[in-house]
Design a protein. Structure first.
Ligand SMILES: Cc1cc2nc3c(=O)[nH]c(=O)nc-3n(C[C@H](O)[C@H](O)[C@H](O)COP(=O)(O)OP(=O)(O)OC[C@H]3O[C@@H](n4cnc5c(N)ncnc54)[C@H](O)[C@@H]3O)c2cc1C
Length: 353
């Protein structure tokens, strides 16, 4: 086992890198576990660099208007990393998810953050220093830990859904709904809870029509959200329905959705340029096993408003792993900053720095 670290950060999305940048600049010499490159992580969408590495352009991260980014990106990111990235477009574009994440990673290493490409698989938070076991790199100890392991969107698991991911299939209406491919076109939202209604309502601002695909004959959403859906003239609810297949082609991406009505046992093809999943997210907290208080959905529970304190003193959490409400890159980056400042204060109060 190596010496005791001041701060270990688990996770490599906007929350993790933002925490790394702040804690590195505060001379906490953070050690970041960015996740392992394994088939299991690829399949569940938890490879290093987090959820944004799964998407194309990110139009709503402040500070990145669309422009000719090639020169900037090639000057800012280390050449070895550039080699492994998707090619950078020559034409003006909003920063892509992988580009934004590489920039954040680079910024963290520029200030001295050390990175291990591995998963943390087990933790012992019962006493300080805390102990963290990794998949392949051994066991580590730390005075403070920032958990920023994010969450993953749930998908239906259809092969055709996988084929058209990022080409019409999305799990984030706020992120993708305003993209040109979805404007003034019919769209399909799957799910019957509050977030499905929220996504459908949001999309109705851009789409010509929004179909909500609901399994049963009721919405799980709260009363007020149900009313919002049923009173919106652009939203049509397809009851007793489920998506059977995503239709499309290489050139256009998604062009339609095949829906099965479970009562009549018949299928109908709906023209649509997008399928939006709103069937929940799974927080990446499995490795915490009883070590931190989680809420009923498995998210890490913050113990105090506007603080990133978890149920264990010295362990902080940031980003989507503690937030099933906002779920944005910018909010994750913001709470990553908060967690680093909280960790720094904790170390100072305990005379460690
Ligand atoms: C397709 C898609 C498009 C999106 N588009 C936008 C957008 O345009 N704008 C926007 O603001 N938001 C967007 N979002 C949401 C945004 O990506 C998330 O809110 C944000 O990435 C959350 O950041 P995070 O740091 O909390 O964690 P994540 O991005 O979820 O990253 C956490 C990462 O930590 C690593 N990790 C997990 N467990 C472990 C472990 N045990 N050990 C080590 N490492 C681990 C994994 O690599 C994991 O992916 C999009 C999401 C998706 C899925």
């Amino acid at each position: 086992m190596s010496s005791v670290e001041r701060t270990i950060i688990i996770g490599s999305g906007p929350a993790g890198w933002s925490a790394a940048i702040y804690s590195a600049r505060a001379n906490l010499q953070p050690l970041v576990f960015e996740g392992a490159i394994t088939e299991e992580n690829r399949l569940q969408g938890t490879l290093p660099l987090g959820q944004l590495s799964l998407t194309t352009e990110v139009e709503n991260f402040a500070g990145f208007p669309s422009g000719n980014l090639k020169e900037f990106l090639t000057s800012a990111i280390h050449p070895d990393r550039l080699l492994a990235m998707p090619p950078i477009e020559e034409h003006p574009h909003a920063v892509t998810g992988p580009e934004l994440m590489e920039l954040m990673r680079q910024q963290a290493t520029n200030f001295g953050a050390r990175i291990v490409t591995d998963d943390v698989v087990e933790v012992d938070f019962s006493k300080r220093p805390f102990t963290l076991k990794t998949r392949e790199s051994g066991t580590f100890q730390a005075e403070t830990v920032i958990v920023a392991t994010g969450a993953r969107a749930n998908y239906l698991g259809l092969p055709s859904e996988e084929t058209f991911r990022n080409r019409g299939v999305s799990a984030c209406a706020v992120c993708d709904g305003a993209l040109p491919r979805f404007r003034n076109k019919p769209l399909v939202v799957v799910g019957g809870g509050d977030s499905a209604v929220e996504e459908a309502t949001y999309l109705s601002k851009y789409a010509s029509k929004v179909y909500m695909v609901v399994r049963r004959d009721v919405l799980r959403a709260s009363k007020i959200m149900q009313e919002r859906a049923t009173s919106n003239p652009k939203i049509e609810i397809l009851w007793h329905s489920q998506v059977q297949e995503v239709l499309g082609d290489d050139k256009s991406g998604v062009t339609g959705i095949r829906i099965l009505n479970s009562q009549s046992n018949s299928t109908t093809d709906y023209a649509s340029s997008g399928l939006f999943l709103a069937i929940g997210h799974t927080p990446n907290t499995h490795f915490l096993k009883g070590q931190l208080e989680l809420n009923e959905k498995g998210y890490i529970k913050w113990q105090k408003p506007f603080r990133t304190y978890t149920s264990v003193e010295g362990v902080f959490s940031a980003g989507d792993v503690s937030d099933d409400y906002y779920r944005q890159a910018i909010t994750s980056a913001g709470t990553g900053c908060m967690a680093a400042l909280d960790a720094e204060r904790f170390l100072a109060e305990h005379g460690i720095i």
